[in-house]
Ligand binder design. Structure first.
Ligand code: DLL
Length: 433
């Protein structure tokens, strides 16, 4: 089944015609309605009428996460605020995240692309979808929810956590589709085993997983433990949320909804557009979004585009699964974390040195983050009570910044390795690459 055959299977010529029309329109809207874009375009002397072909997109400036942060919270909106009906944010629950705003039309678009994605995975209105993504500022919960409802399937909006309850519901309701992050999926399967529930003997027929990086071994393990094929879901808050690209039954790449998101691959060092088939950084442009159109957003996600004909019949380009990032962003339990956020939290506390190291592990299938922090000689006392108080304070400052609880370890002054070049801030022991 194909959700929207007209859109998903059209010829490249037809697609490019639509893309150009939408690109011209979106550039116009951004220039007219978003002062930040107006200024950026003026700065380099490019104007909406300069976009005559799709290749002309190369004349437009890139948008970075910093651009979006600069105009926090609502400076990227291209419509009056009354027309924004929903807001999501990326990364953590506090601090200064990136805000994403949606009009009613945008929510309709999000539902459409996610419905396409779920259909690609072989799901239909008969299915019962257990959505373990968080419902809240994170886009995962609502994005999948909208798509499932659009398609007419039954959605269980259980959200994240309550792992034992997840298993009970899976069993009692006869869940046919699980949606989770790969790490949560593996954890769920372990708890299921403890509870004496074997997911391979359940009604499950498909899994949708994404929001963080995974390896082929991880997919195999998930499929074995659940006895169902697992399909990759990609997306990001800045551009929309989950559904920007989803894997079809061929399981060898994700179809990008190119009629709504224009993809480019650039060289991380030179920012030059790369030839089709080369690996680089993915850049995405919203072609039809109303509330917050983002132009040439540098995702920092490393992938490759494949324009070969797909066995599923869709003509939309496929991207490889993400194999890395060009910056130091980590995804811990699905939440985006930057080492600089840890630094920022530490700098707020007297007596703590901004020498730290982040160690990420996955001991029981769930991500754990330890932050080792050097204390100053004055603070490094034998007073256990005092040390515990500092540890707790650091922990709560970090949690406030990134929205995740971490384990804090205090280490002696000058005990963390010093480097002459770039400090090694993160030791990721999860083997995700
Ligand atoms: O993670 C949206 C999402 C929710 C996607 C649920 C899939 C399922 P953010 O929190 O803004 O949005 O994080 C976006 O997560 O730039 C990638 O680095 C990473 N990411 C998302 N999906 C995948 C994936 C959501 N399938 C950032 N594989 C992106 C690898 C992924 N990395």
């Amino acid at each position: 089944m194909i959700w929207n055959e007209k859109a998903e299977c059209m010829s490249r010529d037809d697609l490019e015609e639509i893309q150009l029309k939408r690109l011209q329109d979106v550039v116009h809207r951004a220039y007219q309605n978003v002062p930040h874009y107006h200024q950026k375009f003026e700065d380099i002397g490019v104007f909406p009428e300069d976009i005559q072909t799709l290749e002309d997109i190369g004349k437009l400036p890139f948008t970075t996460k910093d651009d979006l942060r600069q105009v926090y919270p609502f400076g990227m909106f291209a419509v009056p605020k009354k027309d924004i009906i929903e807001i999501h944010t990326s990364s953590g629950t506090t601090g200064k995240p990136v805000v994403s705003g949606y009009t009613l039309e945008d929510i309709e678009l999000w539902s459409e692309i996610m419905a396409r994605g779920l259909t690609m995975m072989g799901i239909d209105e008969e299915d019962i979808i257990q959505n373990t993504h968080g419902y809240g500022l994170f886009t995962g919960g609502f994005g999948v929810h909208y798509g499932a409802q659009k398609m007419g399937s039954t959605v269980i909006p259980i959200s994240t956590g309550q792992t034992r309850r997840q298993i009970e519901i899976m069993n009692d309701f006869g869940t046919t589709v699980m949606i989770f992050t790969p790490s949560y999926g593996l954890y769920l399967s372990e708890v299921a085993e403890e509870e004496g529930f074997d997911p391979t003997n359940s009604q499950l027929k498909a899994i949708g997983f994404g929001a963080e990086m995974w390896t082929d071994e991880m997919r195999k393990e998930i499929e074995k433990r659940f006895g169902a094929p697992a399909f990759n879901i990609y997306g990001l808050t800045e551009i929309m949320g989950p559904g920007v690209a989803v894997e079809c039954q061929q399981q060898n790449g994700l179809h990008i909804c190119e009629d709504h998101f224009y993809p480019e691959i650039i060289d991380s060092k030179t920012s030059k557009i790369m030839e089709a088939g080369q690996t680089g950084e993915l850049v995405l442009t919203n072609l039809s979004r109303q509330g917050m159109p983002v132009i040439r957003f540098i995702t920092k996600d490393i992938t490759r585009l494949n324009y070969d004909v797909c066995g599923c019949g869709r003509t939309l380009v496929k991207m490889d699964r993400i194999t890395g990032r060009s910056d130091d962003m980590l995804k811990v339990r699905g939440v985006a974390v930057f080492p600089s956020q840890i630094e920022k939290a530490l700098l707020k506390i007297d007596g703590v040195e901004p020498h730290y190291q982040i160690i990420v592990t996955r001991p029981n299938r769930l991500d754990e983050m330890e932050v080792q922090v050097e204390t100053s000689p004055i603070l490094f006392s034998d007073e256990v009570k005092e040390m515990v108080a500092i540890k707790n304070k650091i922990g709560s400052y970090i949690e406030n910044e990134i929205g995740l609880r971490v384990n804090v370890t205090l280490v002696e002054p000058k005990s963390l390795p010093r480097s002459e070049g770039k400090a090694v801030r993160v030791i990721d022991k999860r083997n995700l690459y």
